[in-house]
Ligand binder design. Structure first.
Ligand code: IPE
Ligand code: MG
Length: 229
């Protein structure tokens, strides 16, 4: 979800006003995804690197997160949204973490769509965590190094149990991944739009999905192998 700061600048406002307006983008993406039957939506809300932004912006973002979760919780629940979070949640302020954990617990039984917030998340952090856990398991004799395969590795990721993303959308004209789900997006289709996140609407999502539907996903095979005859 990129471009909140630039949106604010264009409107002659402080950066945080851009973040506040970014909540609309979240609503649009979530309702759009739910309407078309998407089962998993993962939003990159705050990266490990974002902690190094000016402190007032970090604080405002954390406040906004708590307020948004509190304000939207009833509606999320009514719409059978299951909330999850991935990332170094221990590093979040305690109030934030508690609000989030309450919302996660309250929506745990919902199954229409899983909304995962990546918070204090970076893929390199996640991969290092996985390596540490596997190293520990080896040390304790719970796993033999030659049994470390892709499945064993996947089991240690924060996204364990979730399917790999089929489509990755990045807004604001930047064409890079910026440390997001590096393992999981091995075969994801990428879609970029110059639209800034606060201007993101359902129609952008639908456009991305239509584009996705016209792509041929070969997973390393040749066209004839993946196209039913
Ligand atoms: C994305 O918008 C929101 C977060 C990273 C929290 P930015 O804040 O990165 O907006 P730009 O890139 O400065 O426009
Ligand atoms: Mg940015």
């Amino acid at each position: 979800m990129d471009g909140n700061g630039r949106w604010a600048k264009q409107h002659g406002e402080e950066r945080i006003v851009g973040h506040m307006n970014g909540v609309r983008g979240v609503r649009e993406a979530l309702t759009g995804a739910t309407e078309i039957g998407v089962r998993y939506l993962t939003l990159y809300a705050f990266s490990t690197e974002n902690w190094n932004r000016p402190q007032p912006e970090v604080n405002a973002l954390m406040d906004l997160l708590v307020r948004t979760v509190v304000n939207e919780l009833d509606e999320l629940h009514q719409n059978a949204v299951r909330l999850r979070a991935i990332g170094d949640l221990e590093s979040l302020p305690a109030s934030c973490r508690e609000t989030l954990n309450d919302a996660i617990a309250r929506t745990a039984g919902n199954d229409r769509i899983t909304l995962t917030l990546a918070l204090s998340y970076s893929a390199r952090w996640e991969l290092v965590q996985a390596a540490q856990r596997i190293g520990q398991a080896v040390k304790e004799g719970r796993i033999d190094p030659k049994d470390i395969n892709e499945q064993a590795f996947e089991a240690q990721l924060a996204t364990h149990g979730m399917p790999d993303p089929e489509l990755l959308i990045r807004t604001s004209g930047e064409q890079r991944i910026s440390n997001f789900l590096l393992w999981q997006i091995a075969y994801a289709e990428l879609w970029f739009t110059p639209t800034l996140w606060p201007d993101f609407r359902k129609d952008h999502l639908f456009q991305a999905v239509l584009d996705y539907q016209n792509r041929e996903r070969r997973f390393g095979l040749i066209s004839e192998q993946v196209t039913p005859s």
